[in-house]
Design a protein around this ligand. Structure first.
Ligand code: G16
Length: 543
């Protein structure tokens, strides 16, 4: 088969963000766009010759075409083997598991995660390193640099590889190993959790619903929750992955997964519900009548992980992204665990996990995970919750109430202002940064500023430094507002305002979070001038 070397030129903007390169699908479909970026990955890691990679994606529009292009480029660049999920599908955590388990040289994941799919939606490409985790900043920087120097890419002229079913195929001298996307992942889950106990819970009448949002977790959830654990047929809804996610926005939060929330707040609610996102790394947890914030979920999982066999060992530590609420810090303090606050982006957990400093990690953006892989893992979080429920035999609501009574409640909410003018948003953050020194001691409504900082992080393992990772304002009495711009959007800018207030009074643990946070919301707007500067009086998404 013929290998062709195409002349090309650098394309502006191939700079990976919070999680890989995300752009409009039609941008990725432009001539040479995907090819330039993939060649830049190979160039940045010292070539592909003789290497083994994992390849898969969340099944969104263009996933199938992109997978074929990447296979032909890997073959032309001399790769020895690519392990690819049947149909080109792999959830992000399943890909991370395969990268590690098969001792590969890394993997390429095709996903724009929770962003909508389709020709007019979003697409993304992410490189994960041999530890199974998202490439750290040093590697993404090298990929970006390579994309700025590129002058040619190599591709094999060949027919499409048959990816429909498991088996080995060849592409020139390269082996394409097509695997069932679910098998290895399900085995890993069986090692970590007490499937018998969860099965007994379900046999005893416990009911659940899992919304796969027409994204990649459908086949995983069916195989594990229904087939292996005995949840009633139909417990997993929207289970068939669709290229446009059925026209939906596969982000498991109370806004995008509204029907599930409505079900759980109504009379027909099952005992437990959960949802996952486009590529299966996010999760949302609900009990009958109760929504568990991702920050609270991390705290509860940390406090109870020992109830699952995979975590019966002592946890070594826990890590959260800085904007995630400090609920888990209170558990860590009580249990004598190290607790790390990293910048937003799962890639920042990698070193802590590799160095054995953290066992569990989590983010306010609906991500929770552990050292079992190097990505956040939606179904893993669901199974850990189910294992805890099976061990405690209490309702989700009961578990939350006891948790808040013991540790206090960190009321928490994130307000997103989407698609705002990028210049105005950047200007607002810059101006905030410029006035940090003047804020401490100033009063905004009921709250007085204690500290104001521009968050920077020095990795305790390799000493690498990430600056300008968010503006953090703390107030007296344990309240906090954090401002940062999203690194995953594709339209203008998204301002995220993260709001938190600690409450420990036993009679004040049951308020509506938006009411409890009203003084913090008002202070945040007064400090940043969101309405005046961005012309928005209310957020587009409240989680
Ligand atoms: C990605 C990252 C997460 C991050 C989230 C939101 O998640 O992996 O670490 O918290 O984006 O990032 P931002 O606030 O910059 O938009 P995912 O699920 O999209 O891969």
């Amino acid at each position: 088969m013929q290998i062709t070397t195409h002349a090309t030129q650098p394309i502006d903007g191939q700079k990976p963000g919070t999680s890989g390169l995300r752009k409009k699908t039609r941008v990725f479909m432009e001539p040479h766009y995907l090819e330039n970026f993939v060649q830049s990955i190979f160039d940045a890691i010292g070539g592909a010759a003789g290497k083994t990679f994992v390849l898969g994606g969340d099944g969104r529009y263009f996933n199938d075409r992109a997978a074929q292009v990447i296979l032909r480029m890997a073959a032309a660049n001399g790769a020895a083997r690519v392990i690819v999920g049947a149909g080109g599908l792999l959830s992000t955590p399943a890909a991370s598991n395969l990268i590690r388990k098969r001792s590969t040289d890394g993997g390429i994941i095709l996903s724009a995660s929770h962003n909508p799919g389709g020709h007019d939606g979003d697409f993304g490409v992410k490189f994960n390193t041999p530890n199974g985790g998202p490439a750290p900043e040093g590697v993404t920087g090298a990929i970006h640099a390579a994309s700025g120097r590129i002058s040619q890419y190599r591709i094999m002229e060949a027919q499409d590889v048959d990816l429909a079913s498991p088996g080995e195929r060849t592409l020139g001298a390269m082996t394409v190993e097509v695997v069932d996307p679910v098998t290895d992942y399900r085995r890993l889950m069986e090692e970590l959790f007490d499937f018998d106990a969860i099965r007994r819970l379900i046999t005893d009448g416990f009911t659940l619903r899992f919304d796969a949002m027409h994204a990649v977790t459908g086949p995983y959830a069916k195989a594990i929750l229904e087939d292996a654990l005995g949840a009633a047929a139909g417990s997993v809804v929207n289970a068939r992955p669709l290229p446009d996610f059925g026209g939906g926005h596969p982000d498991p939060n109370p806004v995008r997964a509204r029907p599930l929330v409505d079900l759980m707040m109504g009379p027909e609610a099952p005992d437990f519900a959960a949802a996952s996102d486009g590529d299966g790394d996010r999760n949302m947890i609900l009990g009958r009548g109760v929504y568990v914030t991702p920050s609270d979920s991390l705290a509860v999982l940390t406090a109870n992980a020992h109830l699952a066999p995979g975590y019966a060992r002592d946890l070594v530590g826990v890590a959260r992204s800085m904007p995630t609420s400090r609920a888990v810090d209170r558990v860590a303090a009580a249990r004598g665990l190290n607790c790390y606050a990293t910048p937003t982006g799962w890639k920042f957990f990698g070193n802590l996990l590799d160095a054995g400093r953290a066992t569990l990690c989590g983010e306010e953006s609906a991500g929770t995970g552990s050292d079992h892989v190097r990505e956040k893992d939606g179904l893993w979080a669901v199974l850990l919750w189910l294992n805890i429920l099976a061990a405690r035999r209490e309702s989700v609501e009961g578990i939350m109430r006891r948790h808040w009574a013991e540790f206090g409640r960190n009321y928490y909410s994130r307000h997103d202002f989407e698609g705002v003018d990028a210049g105005a948003a950047t200007g607002m953050i810059d101006d905030l940064r410029a006035c940090l020194d003047e804020l401490p001691g100033r009063r905004f409504g009921a709250l007085t500023v204690e500290t104001a900082e521009d968050f920077a992080y020095t990795d305790p393992v390799d000493g690498s430094r990430a600056a300008h990772q968010g503006i953090v304002i703390t107030f007296d009495g344990g309240a906090r507002a954090v401002f940062r711009l999203s690194g995953t959007g594709t339209d203008g800018a998204t301002l995220r305002v993260y709001l938190e207030r600690l409450e420990t009074a036993p009679d004040a643990l049951d308020h509506d979070p938006q009411d409890a946070l009203a003084p913090v919301v008002a202070a945040a707007d007064a400090i940043a001038g969101i309405a005046a500067r961005l012309g928005r009086t209310r957020p587009d998404v409240v989680t």
